[in-house]
Design a binder for this molecule. Structure first.
Ligand SMILES: NC(=O)c1ccc[n+]([C@@H]2O[C@H](COP(=O)([O-])OP(=O)(O)OC[C@H]3O[C@@H](n4cnc5c(N)ncnc54)[C@H](OP(=O)(O)O)[C@@H]3O)[C@@H](O)[C@H]2O)c1
Length: 334
């Protein structure tokens, strides 16, 4: 069912690796859905830190994915490929994308799309997929967070952090968060963190030791945080690494990992198999969408841009000022 698709669309491409200014408008063919795929008429596209990494040439799209940036969107199904039974043209969805969200139409697998949760706008729904998939796979599947455990998340006001705080709280964990200003710490507390640590004023490792250590840490900072995370963990604690904003090479004494039975792991979402992402989508619909329905999880919105303003959106996500998610409205003039 592709008859309603136009041939060409507006998108933002990465003209060459570089700063935000390399994001340029381009006209490209509208994707056509293959077996098991859908095309979404994008209403809103989420902006994520990995988009900025891709723009800088540090995070290449997987084989067969669109070279256009954009890992998540919300909108209406425009066309479905053969074998798709769940969705019909016109359905409101939000979806994880392999790339290509900075465009008027985006292609993804039907089983990587989810219904827009009741009570959320398309703008809010566009913020869910990348953070919810990432938090669920790292905090719950990989990190095995349980109710009553002490959970520390760094970057508490990032898109990932704001989602992690709320999901961990909804699971009954005790949440500790770090952030780079008092205002950001206030946000972490308002989202359900029991303790928010301004890492510029206070040593988070000492604070966690005073609280008997973290059972699970979700970290995106890396660098000097790695040995301090080891100190901050309780015996049998787990560290899940999802990025290295300050570097991935450090000297570590692994003796403590052995003697205190620590686990260090990590993952990235984008290269995971289609099947793994489809299974994650099912878990989100079963466990996380009900959290949204009962008001335990809501996307924290920082700012809106238009698709043409993608360079400004990237400047915003790379600035220390933002709290929560950044989205771009995609104008359609057809
Ligand atoms: N592994 C995966 O699958 C996966 C998927 C999605 C995202 N990620 C990663 O997760 C991170 C968050 O993504 P996002 O889109 O939510 O980004 P974001 O909203 O831009 O958040 C980045 C956060 O990092 C913190 N930060 C930056 N530099 C720091 C430093 N030197 N020390 C301590 N904190 C620092 C900032 O908080 P402060 O101002 O408080 O410092 C900010 O809240 C990114 O690194 C991204 O690459 C990984």
């Amino acid at each position: 069912m592709t008859a309603s698709l136009p041939e060409a669309m507006q998108a933002m491409e990465i003209a060459q690796p570089g700063g935000p200014e390399v994001l340029r408008p381009i006209t490209v063919p509208v994707p056509v859905p293959g077996h098991g795929q859908i095309v979404i008429r994008v209403a809103w596209a989420g902006v994520n830190r990995p988009d900025a990494l891709q723009r800088a040439g540090l995070y290449n799209p997987p084989a067969n994915a669109s070279a256009l940036p954009g890992l998540e969107c919300a909108g209406h199904v425009a066309a479905v490929g053969p074998g798709v039974t769940r969705w019909r043209p016109g359905d409101a969805v939000c979806a994880l994308l392999p790339g290509g969200g900075y465009a008027q139409y985006a292609l993804t697998r039907a089983d990587h799309a989810l219904p827009v949760p009741e009570g959320l706008t398309l703008r809010e729904a566009a913020c869910l997929p990348e953070t919810c998939f990432t938090v669920w796979t790292n905090v719950v599947q990989r990190g095995s967070l349980k109710g009553g455990e002490r959970f520390l998340v760094h970057g508490g006001t990032s898109g990932i952090g704001t989602t992690a705080i709320q999901i961990a709280r909804a699971l009954g964990a005790r949440v500790f968060a770090t952030a780079g200003s008092d205002e950001k710490c206030e946000t972490c507390l308002s989202l359900g963190a029991e303790v928010a640590i301004n890492y510029k004023d206070e040593d988070f490792a000492a604070r966690m030791r005073a609280a008997d250590g973290a059972d699970l840490i979700l970290d995106m900072v890396g660098g000097s945080y790695l040995p301090r995370n080891i100190k901050a963990l309780a015996d049998d604690g787990r560290l899940v690494q999802i990025a290295f904003l300050t570097g991935s090479k450090v000297e570590l004494n692994f003796a403590e990992v052995m003697t205190r039975r620590l686990t260090i792991t990590g993952s990235t979402l984008r290269p995971q198999s289609d099947l793994a992402k489809a299974r994650l989508a099912t878990e989100l619909e079963t466990h996380v969408w009900p959290m949204i329905a009962r008001g335990a999880l809501r996307p924290v919105m920082d700012s809106d841009f238009t698709l043409q303003d993608a360079p400004q959106a990237h400047r915003r996500i790379e600035s220390p000022g933002h709290i929560g998610k950044i989205v771009m409205r995609v104008d359609h003039d057809d």
